[in-house]
Design a protein around this ligand. Sequence first.
Ligand SMILES: CCCCC/C=C/C(=O)SCCNC(=O)CCNC(=O)[C@H](O)C(C)(C)COP(=O)(O)OP(=O)(O)OC[C@H]1O[C@@H](n2cnc3c(N)ncnc32)[C@H](O)[C@@H]1OP(=O)(O)O
Ligand SMILES: NC(=O)C1=CN([C@@H]2O[C@H](COP(=O)(O)OP(=O)(O)OC[C@H]3O[C@@H](n4cnc5c(N)ncnc54)[C@H](OP(=O)(O)O)[C@@H]3O)[C@@H](O)[C@H]2O)C=CC1
Length: 286
Amino acid sequence: MTETRQWGFSEEELASLPTVYRPDLLQDQVVVLSGGGSGMGKAMAYLFTRLGAKVMICGRREEKLAETRDGIRRLLGRDIAIMPMTIRDPDQVDALMDRTIAEFGRIDHVVNNGGGQFPQAAIDFSKKGWNAVIDTNLNGTWHMMQAAAKRWRDRGEAGSIVNIVAYVERGMPQAAHTCAARAGVIYLSKTVATEWAPLNIRVNCVAPGTVATEGFNVYPPEATARFADTNPMRRMGNAWDVAEGVIYLVAPSGKFITGEMLTIDGGMQMWGTVWPGGVPEHFNVV
Ligand SMILES: CCCCC/C=C/C(=O)SCCNC(=O)CCNC(=O)[C@H](O)C(C)(C)COP(=O)(O)OP(=O)(O)OC[C@H]1O[C@@H](n2cnc3c(N)ncnc32)[C@H](O)[C@@H]1OP(=O)(O)O
Ligand SMILES: NC(=O)C1=CN([C@@H]2O[C@H](COP(=O)(O)OP(=O)(O)OC[C@H]3O[C@@H](n4cnc5c(N)ncnc54)[C@H](OP(=O)(O)O)[C@@H]3O)[C@@H](O)[C@H]2O)C=CC1
């Protein structure tokens, strides 16, 4: 049984958290950002705006997008664009890219952050559940990547893509669907990083570990109670840690980086296991 709990930052915190970056770092750069109505996507919308970028956020639920837009207007005095849509539908993705270009004149960066999954043992996945996770995280991300790259090629413009994935190299029990989708995105990214280098398009991934956001409400309390113990630092990351990592890759600091995966996980790749559905008895050892 899940319940709604408070995770992550308030709008006021996102508007005022210190950042290592200078305020005009991305002046007038245009970014399309999926999942900007909550969690890491909302933090990125604030940080991109604070660094001078023009921001288009998308996601399925308009009220969440509007909350981000209204908070940024109220606290930063800047307007961002919002578009309710699903990344699963390539026609809606095309419309998103075209609307961004119509509104802001071009696109410089695409951050594919929208996505998610639910915790379940793989043996029990329904066809619909499997398809929902693959369609969102693998197909949806691809639709966004291809739609942006075609426009950059056809317009003779450079671009950069950052795909938010997850740390999957040791597998991800109780999340095999997302593990499959994210592994697909990582190797898709490495492949097109080469194909698209002649087009001046860079493609990178960011793999967060356990990062406290409202997205955690899909996990049962007995699982989230252990999330701080999934890495050797024995604490959760936060959305700002990830947002600043994304900026490093899109800004001039990342201009010679492509096909890379930046892992932001407090060391989870060396030690710790997530168990998003709760630890099964067999593995419950001290
Ligand atoms: C995994 C641990 C890694 C470390 C920590 C990671 C943390 C995070 O990633 S936090 C961010 C998490 N945020 C989310 O996951 C939110 C977004 N998630 C979703 O929107 C859903 O989980 C989705 C990806 C499956 C999309 O759902 P929806 O748009 O509703 O998709 P469909 O209507 O096409 O299909 C729903 C279908 O999926 C199955 N299903 C959904 N939830 C569960 C569940 N809790 N248990 C079992 N099965 C589930 C089910 O088959 C649904 O169909 P219906 O039963 O007909 O509704
Ligand atoms: N938090 C963590 O520890 C980790 C998170 N991640 C991944 O990072 C990303 C951000 O997660 P986080 O901020 O924590 O969680 P959230 O659940 O807050 O963010 C996910 C966002 O994706 C959007 N989204 C979901 N499906 C679609 C869709 N079909 N089309 C467009 N937008 C969609 C959601 O908006 P809406 O529902 O309105 O569409 C939501 O804003 C996700 O991909 C997540 O799986 C990876 C590893 C760890």
